[in-house]
Design a protein around this ligand. Sequence first.
Ligand code: CA
Ligand code: CA
Length: 596
Amino acid sequence: MIRLGTRTPFALTTLVASLVMAGAAQAAVTDDDIANDQATPDDVVTNGMGWRGQRFSPLETLNSDNVERLQPAWAFSLGGEKQRGQESQPMVKDGVMYITGSYSRVYAVDARTGEELWQYEARLPQGIMPCCDVINRGVALYEDLVIFGTLDARLVALNKDTGKVVWRQKVAEYEEGYSISAAPLIVKGKLITGVAGGEFGVVGRISAYDPTNGEPLWTRPTVEGHMGYVYEDGEAIENGITGGEAGKTWPGEMWKNGGAAPWLGGFYDPEIDKLLIGTGNPAPWNSHLRPGDNLYSSSRLAIDPDDGSISWHFQTTPHDGWDFDGVNELISFDYEEGGEVVKAAATADRNGFFYVLDRTDGDFIRGFPFVDEITWASGLDDNGRPLYNDERRPGDPREGGGEGESVFVAPSFLGGKNWMPMAYSQDTGYFYVPSNEWGMDIWNEEVAYKQGAAYLGAGFTIKPLNEDYVGVLRAIDPRTGETVWRYNNYAPLWGGVMATAGNLVFTGNPEGYLMAFDARSGEKLYEFNTGSGIVGTPITWEMDGEQYVSVMSGWGGAVPLWGGEIGKRVKDFNQGAMLWTFRLPGQAASEGLVSR
Ligand code: CA
Ligand code: CA
């Protein structure tokens, strides 16, 4: 009797559990969820808050009239001793937030309470070679998987409910200098990833995998001369798309360790059905060793997501001699000119120029400086190619007894803008660009390629251009090149930007503040100190009828490591590792009760 009595509730429990599981299965992230992400503010399931990476939210509940009442809802500590830079963009789906932390960690957190649901820590080998802090920029969500790239160049897929490993895949050899820090991209049932390692003479590549099991689908090297492959039944087949001739834009054997690492990943434009991905510096930095344009380094590539072939390329810094990686995001947008809709895409390059391209063919439309000082070039020609100031190319060490002539160049190699993503507002038509005003002394040195060793052939010291600020958040009109407003920040800006239909622009600074600005006037309307520097990217979403904002806090990234004299300015900034979430208090009372 007693057994029967306990059996009935047990069976009921099982039934309830299976219903809950069925519900969870329905809530898995679909291709449609990803394709529609920007228009569905109840979740954030793509890096960039939409396939195009505009980081624009249609939400306007929180707006320039009420943002001053924004308050923290909860904060979550990543814990442990492994703090360092926190550059992750959070994702949210069905009341659960997914973030990555430094040292290849992943967390699932209850989006209502901040309570941890699970965490995963990759076991990293001793010999990893990240160039610029042990950061990670976020996960991809697909079906019931949370997928991310690790510092030892693996992809790891975790079950979204348990954090348990479902599959692992090696993308490249970490011993050769490869690593992964970017968030993967899901397009049409494929998982796309780049690799980092341009400072170690790797060969950049973009690869596609089956996100359900990690099987390779295609791989596209980004140094001219290397063959791409598609995979059929696990076998690599040359796809006949060579991506150019070996030796055409590289001398001798230099293309074999040419860098051009697409370390920031990229975005997808469904209208032209192309991946838009940038590539890093040619290796080594010493440009005298590699006369020529060194394709496809420091370029933007439009890539066919089906087979990895390159449809077009636009090289921002041919024959790069300053580490002006061309990885920065290329963001699709439309504008009207003479009654016609222009299908454009824009990018703010490390080299200090802002480029507007025709995204259907990569043709140059216009370009202009977005920083106050550019010394390495005097401008751009009609095709967008830089007009070099030859005396600002660091000298050839073979002419200087081992060390070439040192020159002062602006921007510095950390760039007029680095990885931190800009936002595009569909309301104002402006790009909101996190930029930095700095220069560098740079000189070249002798260097030879050695596997697993730094392959720069250059030395440098970064210097500020102004006493009272380095960072500048700019609102830029891509149709005219006008800087509509600017906000100067003492420390270099290293965090991403978000724009909303509530006439707001959000970003954070190394001083620790999450800040909100009026999108049209640039007036600072809100700031809150998160206790450590912000080098992550904010998101906003809607839950239970209320609008939330989340951002990672945790000072680090490349500036404290490589900032030279600027590193001294920020050496006392405290590390940390917190995920902060904000909302409007009282909003439910004033609006939610009416609609309920
Ligand atoms: Ca969404
Ligand atoms: Ca680089």
